[in-house]
Write a protein that binds this ligand. Sequence first.
Ligand SMILES: Cc1cc2nc3c(=O)[nH]c(=O)nc-3n(C[C@H](O)[C@H](O)[C@H](O)COP(=O)(O)O)c2cc1C
Length: 494
Amino acid sequence: MRDSVDDFPDDDIDLLSSPVTLPNGVTIPNRLAKAAMEEGIPGGLPGRRHRKLYSRWGKGGWGVILTGNVQVDASQSGTPFDLRFNDDPHTVPRFHELHESIIPPHYAGPDAPLTLVQLNHAGMQSSPTFSMCRAPWIPSVAPVSARPDLGSGPVAWAMARTLWPVPSRAVTDLAEWLDIAGRFVDAAACMEEAGWGGVQLHSAHGYLLAQYLSPLALKINCSDFIAGGLDENTSAEIIREIVSWRLVDLLEISGGTYTNPMFTASSMSPQNPSPRQSLFAHFTAALLPTLPAPPYGPAIMLTGGLHDRALIASSLRNKACHLAGIGRPAAVVPDLPRRVLLNRELDGSKARIAYDIPHAEAARRLLNAQIFAPRTPRPSKPSTRPRRWASHTSSCPSNPSSPSTASFISLDDPECTCAENEAIERASNGSGVKLVGAGIGTTWHEWQMARMGRGEEPDLELDWFRGLATETLWQTICAGGPVNWLKRWWGKDW
Ligand SMILES: Cc1cc2nc3c(=O)[nH]c(=O)nc-3n(C[C@H](O)[C@H](O)[C@H](O)COP(=O)(O)O)c2cc1C
């Protein structure tokens, strides 16, 4: 087993193409995982558009393909686009067809990806008015009674009360927790029957998780980046405890919540290159040596900002992860492994993906009611602000190098990059309504997935305001959405 004996290939493509075997004996054909992304297609059970979209990923050369989150309680969904598990008799057949859109029937080639369904319960973040999954006066369920913190100011106050007219209801009754646990178990059994390789429990990004199932995979935050939330020390302790149970085969590390979206904090822009390491790599690099390597322990999947062949290779070599989770780029280049990361015709400097979302910054300022506020100046020289989340404090000595000449920084290395700090600043400190920061980029990528669901190509030129008009107002609200929802309702859109 390569990871156990430090025998990594010198060539980056060979390294990214190398298989990894999980404790349950399943071998993943390569190190590239399409991370979970809610598809931006009207939710419920998977339909024709989901199959079109997933067939694009199926042909993309991924080692693992995760679905977007599938809600185990349809009345506690996160968005109107979430796939939902329920006891409808169509559930198993629809998820089976979705699986066949990734791996055609009877295909058992060694390069077939591991397919995982991400199961989720949105907990406190389930908004009745946005997700339209229950009456506005019915609260979400959570460990405490509260509303998600959208930031300060009158806009944030009004938005929080529009999205959550009533605060969440604290679940204190054991029977109710067991009922929630039962939904995860039922959903997992359904996905097994439908042919999926396993399930991932979504225990990151501020959602609810009940830890009672023996999952194949788990997604967990290294830190919630909010006061009173999970911090890195607690997260490391929890992870070590979970690993000691020997029940989890794949563990994905992320960070932040939808009110402080650290998980999408790394820049996609060619003008503002990603840091020299994934935002959470300092955490996994410290954690990995303390855990048994696969196949004796779970494969650690690191997600967030790994959009560059050299960066992924250095993260693998430096033992920050065993698998690289890739989210946003998979929504615009569904065959990213085949076309870019594993493509020998592209040399290292070109084997990366970076793009700007046209007018995203204007949208953010407009939606945050900051149109008249002065623009935040780009720092002309390196910031000297200390890292907030690392266990050591240090200043940025130099500008970050280009990601194409990726180098790796471990926890012991006192160096940090300005880009890392900027990313954290953007995600955690932005004034206005915090949710808006996550929403701008997320919706644009959802529009791209919705385009693929309709059989169209992703459109990197899609201006954010044009997307709002064509995708959200026209396709989702005025024309496409209601028609699709009605077709679904009548069972005509399968
Ligand atoms: C459009 C969109 C939808 C997402 N939906 C989910 C989801 O359903 N479940 C989840 O765990 N993470 C979700 N994420 C987060 C991604 O899995 C990933 O952690 C994040 O995009 C950072 O990775 P990246 O830098 O490669 O994009 C979503 C992200 C985006 C952009």
